[in-house]
Design a protein around this ligand. Structure first.
Ligand code: PLP
Length: 450
């Protein structure tokens, strides 16, 4: 057996052989990477034995918390029974089919079918093709253009990075690919000017209408957005935003794609983010909380509107992945959802720990460098401000965010910074003393900006 406990010179080996995602490798190799060895509940432990409260649930994904033996056991059982078979060419496996049914028991009436992938990025590529195929099957092959948002995030594949609105990703690789367009984001604090949040929400939503007019309604296949922009900084839209977006998509006959990769599986205190906002997507990519990150699995929820056309009109959909509906990942996901149900973690995020977290998070607004601290369920975004009375931001947003993040890290708290916004997304199992620990440590880190 491989000895995975021998970590004595792992940092050097890592520097020699391992290229990391979203990392400046030169800088990382100089510093040496942090090695995470084990985890339990909301805590992770590095190779020096240091404990961190993971207020980011890995990468927004460990919704049921770490150390769930029953998920490990479900995966091990399935691995012994049937480690792999696919869903191609007329076959399925019990976990894949039962998982599809289980997911459908938590979606709205019209979102009952799923196409499995391994990740959120693959889910993005999948709905992107589905949207085009849908219109083609309906005799509208020219409806191919897709509208997304500046500062949105939909993954790292070529389609994912193109649909995302991250400038730095576009700069690497000549993106976006053709047929993708971006409109503004509902980021009132930074871009709302003198408008009220409600008026600003309507204004940015109506950029969708203007973009459809510019491109021609008969050319546009879909609009995609995250219920709350995650990687962009936990940008919580004004309440006017989503109803107006839904109205426009319906009036202009374009598919509404709601990216549930972060918001799905309880993050906002509902099973899905679109339920929180009361809207009905035509397509909805999912991943992360589907298995709480214990094994990689994602998918696209497909509405009857789209699925009926795919089933009745399309013939073969020439798309799929070797591991679509992987039985071991599906078994882990089934157990993960069983835990979410049995421990009522979604309801807990809405009715109990969510409101406690919201009040604690909001209390940071009395700090002089905090412009705004908003949250929904267990997802929080905190805006750093140089002058909160005028909403003036710090001159070097990335530096201030990183400084706060690093102070948190030194004191055993994993937070993420996006520019001058601090983001939180803890496991749904977090308890009150652990929320207090997050807030106390973050508050002390914020003091360094005074
Ligand atoms: N969509 C959203 C909203 C995400 O936040 C992410 C990842 O963070 C993705 C898609 C891509 O998912 P993955 O990293 O599993 O490919």
């Amino acid at each position: 057996m491989n000895d995975l406990k021998n970590t004595s010179n792992l940092a050097a080996i890592d520097a020699a052989h391992h290229l990391h995602p979203f990392s400046d490798m030169k800088e990382l190799n100089a510093k040496g990477t942090r090695i995470i060895e084990r985890a339990e509940g909301v805590f992770i432990y590095d190779s020096t034995g240091k404990r961190y409260l993971d207020a980011f649930a890995g990468l927004w994904c460990v919704n049921v918390g770490y150390g769930r033996k029953s998920i490990a056991e479900a995966a091990a059982r399935q691995m012994q029974e049937l480690p792999y078979y696919n869903a191609f060419f007329g076959t399925t496996t019990p976990p894949a089919t039962l998982l599809a049914q289980k997911i459908a028991s938590h979606t709205g009436e019209k979102l009952k079918r799923i196409f499995f992938t391994n990740s959120g990025s693959e889910a993005t590529d999948t709905w992107f093709r589905m949207a085009r195929v849908f219109w083609k099957a309906l005799g509208k092959p020219q409806k191919t253009q897709v509208i997304a948002r500046r500062n949105g995030y939909h993954g790292s594949t070529v389609a994912g990075a193109s649909l995302g609105g991250m400038k730095l990703m576009h700069e690497q690789g000549n993106l976006p690919i053709e047929g993708i367009h971006h409109i503004g984001q509902p980021y009132w604090y930074a871009e709302g000017g003198d408008l009220s949040p409600a008026d600003f929400g309507l204004k940015v939503a109506r950029e969708l209408e203007a973009k459809i007019d510019e491109l021609g309604e008969d050319q546009v296949a879909a609009f995609v957005a995250e219920p709350i922009q995650g990687a962009g900084g936990v940008i919580i839209p004004p309440e006017t935003y989503w109803p107006e977006i839904a109205r426009i998509c319906k009036a202009r006959n374009i598919l509404l794609v709601v990216d549930e990769v972060i918001c799905g599986f309880g993050r906002l205190g509902e099973w899905f983010g679109h339920q929180y906002y009361g809207i009905e997507p035509d397509l909805a990519p999912i991943a992360k909380g589907l298995s709480s990150g214990y094994l990689p699995i994602g998918g696209v929820l497909v509405s009857d509107r789209v699925a009926d056309v795919m089933v009745e009109e399309l013939g073969d959909f020439h798309h799929g992945f070797t591991y679509s509906g992987h039985p071991v990942c599906a078994a882990a996901a089934l157990e993960n959802i069983r835990i979410l149900e049995e421990e009522r973690l979604v309801e807990r995020a809405r009715d109990h720990i969510g409101p406690y977290f919201a009040a604690a998070w909001k209390s940071l607004e009395d700090h002089e460098v905090v412009g705004e601290a908003q949250s929904v369920g267990l997802m929080g975004g905190l805006q750093l401000a140089a002058d909160k009375s005028t909403r003036r931001r710090f001159a070097k947003p990335d530096e201030v965010g990183m400084l706060v993040r690093n102070h948190c890290l030194q004191n055993g708290l994993i937070m993420r910074a996006t520019g001058d916004r601090m983001l939180a997304s803890p496991p749904l199992t977090i308890n009150r003393p652990e929320v207090d620990e997050v807030i106390d440590t973050l508050r002390k880190a914020l003091d360094h900006l005074r």
